[in-house]
Design a binder for this molecule. Structure first.
Ligand code: 5GP
Ligand code: ZN
Length: 112
């Protein structure tokens, strides 16, 4: 499997784990855009949100819950943002679905 995040999940590329369970792995972004920037990925390879199938609905809900768990672990009680970039216009650069959890500073709106 040539997918970067599959290699991070299987441990062949090192990362800093923040949260993990049987369905997902969350790790620190290598190029943080905020004081806290964590990526939540499913262990199963799914290329993008748009590629998720109806059978993935429970897993997608689990990823959102895991994002909130990451925010609790990182003590982001003042607030945080969860982002999924999808496809080229959405700014997705790694084709393995991931939720960005960003916090530790106020977020502006709208995003660029
Ligand atoms: P996307 O642009 O696809 O929404 O997000 C991909 C994210 O993966 C980016 O924020 C980028 O900094 C992060 N990233 C890319 N390569 C690596 C890596 O090797 N390790 C880690 N921890 N993060 C990475
Ligand atoms: Zn993958």
């Amino acid at each position: 499997m040539s997918c970067l995040f599959c290699k991070i999940i299987d441990g062949s590329i090192p990362s800093t784990a923040v949260y993990q369970d049987d369905q997902c792995y969350a790790f620190a972004d290598i190029h943080p855009r905020a004081p806290v920037h964590v990526l939540v990925t499913p262990r199963e390879h799914i290329a993008s949100l748009g590629d998720a199938a109806e059978g993935h609905k429970k897993l997608l809900g689990h990823l959102l819950w895991a994002a909130a768990e990451v925010a609790r672990k990182k003590e982001l009680g003042k607030g945080y943002r969860v982002v999924v970039n999808n496809g080229a216009y959405g700014g997705q650069t790694v084709d393995h679905i991931h939720l960005h959890v960003l916090g530790g500073r106020p977020m502006s709106w709208p995003p660029g």
